[in-house]
Structure formats: structure tokens, C-alpha cells
Design a protein around this ligand. Structure first.
Ligand SMILES: CC1(C)O[C@H]2[C@@H](O1)[C@@]1(COC(C)(C)O1)O[C@@H]2CNc1nc2cc3nc(N)[nH]c(=O)c3cc2[nH]1
Ligand SMILES: [Zn+2]
Length: 371
């Protein structure tokens, strides 16, 4: 087995990269989209479904799994892979974003962040070290450092102070689990808000530390698409070319393509799974909402160009009926298709980088998804 953390770039097409990241639970072909499984499950899908659609890695979340069922309970059951019977790679977010984004009282200090549980209001405290210890208990293949994701609209002064603390926290995370001390990888997270010089400073400080990969944080927090793209194109090239680059919390199909064109290798977002549950489905011809009355007697598949279980076996009329009747199968079939669509899109992206046609692929989807 290749040493976990090894990242090889096989081909490039412009700034887009085709690579392979090795982890203790197998290799990840990049660029890659990572389905979000916040509580150790990708809502409404089984590990078998995810393997069938060639999901290579899924996300878990430190904040949620620490609060319920508890990271130590998971550790006693052999870790998150064994507990959830997902034997491919897992990346866990550190909880920083959840603590800052979920409502509720929290107190931030140099030591860490105090917050209340969204389940029972009980008080908890995450230090950078604690956030890493939880991820060690979960046994995730890629751990994220504890960081502060400043809100959209934070002023320069606050953003600057915050990024300096995020760097100090990143150092503490790395010291808690030094590079090479085990099979788990650790990624640093670049902050700096929407100030390019602060993003540059954050990247310089973090990239001097021995992380196996680097994430672009602090985006997809309510900003406009052009603002997000501007920061992605500014920040991605600042990160080491020989390490994987992960853009957190992004995004739509067009966002994925734009990020890859900037040199991003890994992405995650709740959009495909969350939108599936409200009937918004992504297809090769653009987005459709299955609620529409127009589909009431439409016997055609959701997407004639999609080879997924949903598109091969059910009509729009039936999918609309399930949605309107609030049937559980609606969640499952819609989520299956949306994630299959995202994963298949990234397979097309990987192929296009290998044969130098990425720009054409991106243009084709821009036409299909033109506002
Ligand atoms: C709050 C919730 C559930 O998280 C999703 C989702 O809503 C929503 C709401 O609008 C969409 C775009 C659909 O995604 O925004 C979140 C996705 N954006 C995002 N996730 C992030 C995760 C992060 N983790 C860390 N450790 N540090 C970060 O800086 C960070 C930044 C991030 N930005
Ligand atoms: Zn489909």
C-alpha cells in the first residue's frame, strides 16, 4: 500500500490537475467531490449505494459525532469506519465551522471555543488539541485543524486577528498529532476572509507547516459567486502544487468546475443531498424541480443521459408523486441521483484533464446551467 499522504499529479490541463491521494483506506482519484455524511451517514443512502455510485471518500463531522453518539463510544466500536461499515476513506471536519455557524452561545478565546450542544444545551469546550483527539478517536483518514471561519462581512481588523489565531491553533493541532506519527493525515485551513493580502498571509504561515494537504476555508459563507471565485482563484495557486488543495463547502456543479479550473483537487457540499430533499435535482440539461405540475404525467426519466438507478427505473411522474406524498423513497431516489450526478461529473472532469478537453467540458455545463 502506498504511504498515506502520498499525492501524485498525473496530468494537468491549464491549472486543473489530475491526481491520486493515498490514504490508509485506499487511494482517492482527484479532482473529487466528497458526499457529506455529517452524523456518520449520507442521509437516506447506504454504504452499498455509495460504493455502487463510486463514492471514494465521504465527510463526517467532529462537532456532531462528539455530541452524539460520542467519539469515545465510536472509538470503543473500532472507529467510524467499522461503526458505520464504510471502509473507504473518511474526512472529518474539525467542528470549527459548525460551532461558528450553528446558532447558540459560544465563547472564543486563545485556548479554544466554548459552545452549547444543539441537542440538549449542555456546555462544551473545544481546544485545538481536543478537536484533534476527537478525530483520532473517530479514526478518520483526513483530519481538519480547528480554525475560526469568520462570518461574511467581518471587518479587516477582526479577520486579521482571527487568521493569526487560526495559524497558532493549526500549529497546536500539528503538535498534537505530528506528521508521520500515524496513518491519519492532517490538513491546514487557510482563512483571511475576502482580503487578498490576508489570504496570502494566512497561506504563507500555514504552508510553512508540515500538513499533508491544505484547505481553503472561510468561503461559501453567504458571499456572491463572483466574490467566492475571486478568492478561490487568488488562493489556490498560493498552496503547494505538490499537495492536495481542498475547497470547503462548495458548491453547485458550475462551482465545482470553476474551482477545478483554479487548481482545486477536493470539494464537499451539502447542496446535492440537501437539494434532493427539497426536490431540486441536477441533470445534464440543468436543474429541475420535480414538484412542478408539468411532470405530473411525464413518463420520461429524470435525466436521459444519466445511468443511475433512479433514472433507469423511475419516471418523473413517479418521482413527483413520491415527493408530493412526502414518501421516504423520494429522499432516497432523489439523493441517489443528485450524488450520482455530482460523482459522474467529477469522473468526466478527471477524464477531460487526462485528454486535454477540460475547457470544453466546463463550457458545455456552463451552457446547460446558464442562469
Ligand atoms: C451551515 C451549513 C449546513 O453548512 C454548509 C451549508 O449550510 C451551506 C449553506 O449554503 C450552502 C452553500 C448550500 O452550504 O454552507 C455550508 C457550506 N459552506 C461552508 N462549509 C464550510 C466548512 C468549513 N469548515 C472549516 N473547518 N472551516 C471553514 O472555514 C469552513 C468553511 C465552510 N463553508
Ligand atoms: Zn440519475
Amino acid at each position: 500500500m502506498t504511504k498515506p499522504g502520498t499525492f501524485v499529479v498525473h496530468a494537468t490541463d491549464g491549472n486543473a490537475r489530475r491526481g491520486t491521494l493515498s490514504t490508509a483506506h485506499g487511494d482517492i482519484q482527484t479532482p473529487i467531490f466528497m458526499p457529506v455524511g455529517t452524523q456518520g451517514t449520507v442521509k437516506s443512502l447506504s454504504p452499498q449505494d455509495l460504493e455502487e455510485m463510486n463514492a471514494q471518500i465521504i465527510l463526517g463531522n467532529t462537532y456532531h459525532l462528539y455530541l452524539r453518539p460520542g467519539d469515545e463510544l465510536v472509538a470503543r466500536r473500532g472507529g467510524l469506519h467499522k461503526f458505520s461499515n464504510w471502509n473507504r476513506p473518511i474526512l472529518t471536519d474539525s467542528g470549527g465551522f459548525q460551532v461558528f455557524s450553528l446558532k447558540g452561545i459560544r465563547k472564543l478565546s486563545e485556548e479554544g471555543v466554548e459552545f452549547r450542544s444543539y441537542i440538549d444545551g449542555s456546555k462544551h469546550f473545544f481546544s485545538p488539541e481536543k478537536a484533534i483527539e476527537i478525530q483520532m478517536n473517530l479514526g478518520s483518514d483526513i483530519m481538519m485543524v480547528l480554525d475560526e471561519c469568520v462570518g461574511y462581512g467581518a471587518d479587516r481588523g477582526y479577520t486579521e486577528k482571527s487568521l493569526e489565531m487560526t495559524t497558532r491553533w493549526a500549529k497546536r493541532c500539528r503538535e498534537r498529532y505530528p506528521a508521520g506519527s500515524g496513518d491519519q493525515l492532517m490538513f491546514g485551513i487557510v482563512q483571511g476572509g475576502f482580503f487578498k493580502d490576508l489570504r496570502t498571509r494566512s497561506a504563507e504561515q500555514l504552508c510553512s507547516l508540515p500538513f499533508e494537504g491544505f484547505a481553503i476555508g472561510g468561503l461559501s459563507v453567504g458571499e456572491s459567486i463572483p466574490e467566492m471565485y475571486e478568492q478561490v482563484h487568488h488562493t489556490a495557486p498560493l498552496l503547494p502544487a505538490e499537495k492536495p488543495r481542498y475547497l470547503m463547502g462548495v458548491g453547485t456543479p458550475l462551482d465545482l468546475l470553476e474551482a477545478v479550473s483554479a487548481g482545486v483537487d477536493m470539494l464537499d457540499c451539502v447542496l446535492p443531498s440537501r437539494n434532493a430533499r427539497n426536490g431540486t435535482l441536477f441533470t445534464s440539461q440543468g436543474k429541475i424541480n420535480i414538484k412542478k405540475a408539468a411532470y405530473k404525467e411525464d413518463d420520461s426519466p429524470l435525466d436521459p443521459n444519466c445511468n443511475c438507478y433512479t433514472c433507469r427505473n423511475f419516471s418523473k411522474a413517479y418521482l413527483r408523486h413520491l415527493y408530493m406524498s412526502k414518501e421516504l423513497l423520494s429522499y432516497r431516489l432523489n439523493t441517489y441521483h443528485n450524488l450520482y450526478f455530482y460523482l459522474d461529473l467529477m469522473q468526466q472532469v478527471r477524464d477531460s484533464i487526462e485528454n486535454g478537453t477540460f475547457a470544453q467540458l466546463k463550457a458545455r455545463y456552463e451552457d446547460a446551467y446558464a442562469a
